[in-house]
Design a protein around this ligand. Sequence first.
Ligand SMILES: [Mg+2]
Length: 324
Amino acid sequence: MLSIIPKFLTLTALHSNLHTFLSSPVSKRIHLFHNSKPPMAFSSSSSSSVKVEYAKSNRSSCKTSDQEAVKKLLAGHDKFLEKVDKTTQGIENELQQTEASDSKERKLCASEAVVDINFSVSDAKSKYKDATLLPKWKAFQTVIFLERDDGLRDSSKIAAFDFDGCLAKTDVKRVGADAWSLMYPSIPDKLQSLYNDGFKLVIFTNESNIERWKNSRQVAVDSKIGRLNNFIENVKVPIQVFIACGLSKSGRVQAAIKEDDPFRKPEPGMWQLMKQHFNSDISIDMDQSFYVGDAAGRGSDHSDADIKFAEAIGLKFYVPEDYF
Ligand SMILES: [Mg+2]
């Protein structure tokens, strides 16, 4: 009898664990389930099962009283495993429901943010106000865009990125097409593999200098578009680009602005423009698409425009250091 006491104690401890687990709130149970490691007794290969298998194989050599005790132990163990199976199934169902609900919430959020944008090809200009754009670049309202980079394919899967502080390291004090460097060395490989996996790559970037530098707008336009052209050439992958040139009413020098520009992040206008007019009417798979940006509202971030942009659209969001 003494020989089975440790095994019995092990099972008692496991029953106690299960009781604690079952009496926890659902959110805690999901946490416990995710963080449990074998041998938390949620699989038949756990250490308790190994001990019971040992008891089974040695049953014939036990005394009668020990054999009765082993029988009880095995019966209890089977019931225990049955209960664990049911509980595991229940938790898996709860997890599936939670994931489905998250996805539904993202889609609902996206449908709430939809604004119809009237655009026709004749609306696309080759100048932004008094500044001339480089070839292939066009302007529509307060947006400058590169719609058709060579080799670009529209897709249901959108890999979207901010530019400054995400893909390119830039300095507000420096101007010019060459005044930038790659933010992370892994960027070219990552972007190329996304392209090869059928994603369309899109950059959504704010550039209020183009609006604010009224007397040197051409310099601001050439600098921004030049950097983007050079970046695309460097990473050797086609990218669609949208630059929001408008201002927000909250900016320090824009006291006279009454309304936020609808295309400036965190407003979702650039995304809606892409989705409604520059993706060949292909509906976007919001579960596979995502957005990466550095303005995530953290202590050292200059703003939360990127994370709010992703939330307004219903896109998954990553900060660059996590993604790259
Ligand atoms: Mg940024």
